[in-house]
Design a protein around this ligand. Structure first.
Ligand code: GLA
Length: 382
């Protein structure tokens, strides 16, 4: 985690509210494989990272609550009663959402003051919103002794996202951010919401994230549309979720759905299988296979599920042309954000230089490259 960030929120809190706060750090996440499978009750393979949100929070005696977003230098004063989502509320809606969703399960919080700051680039597909929600639910749970388990807390965070940010997300981001383990990725079953930790060591390879620095406007509505397609097909098949479908099942209802809908559902089935194959390849130390699965995943996301964009496709195509890259794919919801790639350690720098240059030439804007450490989930910091 970023110690500087923690110092900054602490300092800012003390300056503004004159008391000693509780400090929480909540990480963002990457996802090795398993995209758009979580809301189909399938498998995903995320990991918490060393970037995230630092939150300083304390009880308040005043009859109002305050949240200060340090990066943006924006202060928001609000009451914890009768909360509604704000129009164009931005970060405020995540905070309000968490408080409101807690109230809906009869966990009432008193007034509080808070300062938060983050080092996850927004719109990068690294779940800065889940990190923010988790930091607040964890902070409030501790501060007001609400007695919630981590599993209960992530459901509050997810509901906040659904009802206050309008994105009908699955559980992957909130889970990974809350339960992350050092040097490990979590093979998560999104039906049982239980995971198995895998120690990650890609030997002479290393993960590279390349941020396109684009976020296309349609991303939120398109995300909800994808989910609606999956739910429609599950209904037609009389199953709870696409996790339970086979290709044969899809073939039987082929006449009742469009070609695009068929392709999208088939993508979900294939991606879900890839997650299981990926876990097996880790156990067998089959690095080549890991890379192939990443490329296959991108292909499905781009051509069948249709959640990629030209910038992401460009980065993956360039990666394919470089023998030092084993595999690459878009990561997260899509329509912008990052690719995740497995790159040979000794060629890391040269690939970074090369791809940055090519991206600039093609789009006349910069991409950003990050390396991340797989880290522990949401926690109180002393
Ligand atoms: C976003 C959502 C997740 C998941 C991914 C796609 O990050 O918040 O729940 O659906 O997209 O895999």
């Amino acid at each position: 985690m970023n110690k500087k960030l923690i110092k900054e929120v602490k300092k800012s809190f003390k300056k503004q509210f004159k008391t000693k706060p509780l400090i929480v750090f909540s990480p963002g996440r990457i996802n090795l494989i398993g995209e758009h499978t979580d809301y189909n009750e399938g498998f995903v393979f995320p990991a918490a990272i060393n970037k995230g949100i630092a939150l300083a929070i304390g009880r308040s005696d005043a009859k109002v609550s305050n949240t200060y977003a340090l990066n943006k230098e924006e202060l928001y004063e609000f009451k914890v009663e009768n909360i509604e989502p704000l129009k164009d509320g931005g970060w405020r809606n995540y905070v309000l959402g968490v408080v409101s969703e807690l109230q809906k399960i009869d966990k009432h919080v008193g007034d509080f003051n808070s300062v938060f700051a983050g080092d996850i680039p927004g719109g990068a597909g690294m779940s800065s919103s889940a990190a923010l929600e988790n930091s607040f639910v964890f902070g409030l749970n501790t501060l007001f002794d609400l007695g919630l388990s981590k599993n209960e807390m992530i459901l509050v965070s997810q509901k906040a996202e659904h009802n206050f940010a309008g994105v009908k997300c699955g559980i992957m981001d909130q889970y990974a951010s809350m339960f992350g383990k050092k040097n490990s990725a979590l093979l998560l079953d999104c039906r049982t919401i239980k995971s198995k930790a895998y120690k990650i060591d890609f030997k002479e390879y290393k993960l590279m994230l390349i941020n396109t620095n684009v976020k296309h406007d349609l991303s939120e509505s398109a995300y909800n549309d994808r989910r609606a397609v999956c739910e429609k097909i599950s209904r037609l098949l009389h199953i709870d979720a696409l996790r339970d479908a086979s290709k044969e099942d899809l073939d039987q209802i082929k006449v009742d759905i469009t070609k695009e809908e068929y392709q999208k559902a088939l993508y979900v089935l294939n991606e879900n299988n890839r997650v299981k194959q990926f876990a097996e390849a880790i156990i067998k130390d089959d690095i080549q296979m890991l890379g192939n699965l990443l490329y296959q995943s991108h292909d499905g996301l781009s051509r069948n599920y249709k959640v990629s964009c030209v910038e992401l496709d460009f980065l993956v195509e360039r990666a394919k042309q470089n023998p030092n890259v084993l595999g690459s794919r878009m990561m997260g919801g899509g329509f912008g954000g990052c690719t995740i790639s497995l790159v040979k350690k000794e060629a890391y720098k040269s690939f970074k230089r090369d791809i940055s240059k090519k991206f600039k030439e093609e789009f006349n804007k910069k991409c950003s490259v990050y390396s991340v450490k797989l880290s522990k989930g949401t926690q109180v910091v002393n």
